[in-house]
Design a protein. Sequence first.
Length: 452
Amino acid sequence: MKTALLIVFGATGNLMYKKLLPALSNLLAEGHLPSRTQIICVGRRELDTPTYIENAKKETSSHLDWEPLKGKLTYFRMDFETTSDYQRLKEAIADHDHDKETMVYLAVPPRLFPVIAEGLHTVNLLSKGQQETRIVFEKPFGEDLESARQINQALWTYFDESQLYRIDHYLGKDMIQNIMIVRFANQLFESSWHHEAIASITIMAKERESVLNRAGYYDGIGAMKDMLQSHLFQMASLILMEPPQANHADAIRDEKVRVMQRMTLDPASLCVGQYRDYRQAPHVPAQSETETFVYVKGYVDTPRWRNVPIHFVTGKHLDEKRSEIIIDFKTDTKRLFQTDHNKLHIKVAPEEGVSIQFNVKRPGLQETITPAVLDYCHSCQAVGNTPEAYEKLILDLYKRQSGLFARWDEIETAWQLIEPLRQANKPLIFYDTYEELKDIIINHAKERLDDL
């Protein structure tokens, strides 16, 4: 197993404390990463390594096991925009094992991606085409279509596409990975996965919490870019794509891109909202127009999905935490019985699993039909703690497995889809509760929606 060198820019932020350090601790403890792994924690603050670790211990969960990280963390202070600091960084890691996998993690705002990429390239810390070195960064991939293209073009100046790993952490969730298994490993579903059998599809990611301490960041993003453009579209592409030619990363991503290029979103159906206390959050302008809720309806122009509406729902300060995909099947066209719709629920969070609603006769002398549910609990099947999304993504990054990372054409297509919505300039609907939004959504959807 090769030595791993992970350089994290932005190592004093929440992402490092809440996600990356716990994931690295678990991977090291279970032997998934080499014992000689080194983690260079890069930040702008004037800290030494012992002080950084003490600060990190205050910020991370009390359940984090620090033993696997012992002797592996080094803090390095630098100015991201000073070339000589990159030379110092190169010299600081020069004595590390040469036979290593080098990964650079950009836990920083998108505007710094090209700056850091140029700095790394200038001192030859990472070289274009060098497969044992790669760079990984988080959404949002830009602020709009134009800025995303500019950032990507700048990164391509210094790295090949095969060296770029774009993280959408939803793709690391077990149930997102399970979508393809549910679809393509079960003839029961795949044979009825089309417009003749399916009435509608709902893709949702609801949060009970408000923006909390992310208000300053969130106000520049909003629900449309934070969730719809990334997580919800990724779920949609897996649900809607045609069967790939092979179980291979690029074959799968080819089909995801093809189906999303055939999708249109209806600006007339768009509903954007903001919960009433949002403007009182710290670092939020008093007249902020940032949306904390989005509903929109879309269609896919393919023979498989002709006239099947796809409903997207996401927001904060709602009635529950729930990320889920709901496939609503059509009723019996022969009308032998008056029945409820069959439904398939793919539950992503906080519950993980699959449930199927179907119709049965109620016990007794009367021929009374009632819905019943078969429920599979995915997390219940796990032995010990289930891996977090970031554990899977970091491990795949180390192994050079790119299937769970977004390719550029996926990102570009997603931005192209929401551009008409951003330009629609729909007025905000202010809400206190999710119940206030439901009737408005149904009015915008212009159809029955039972699964909101």
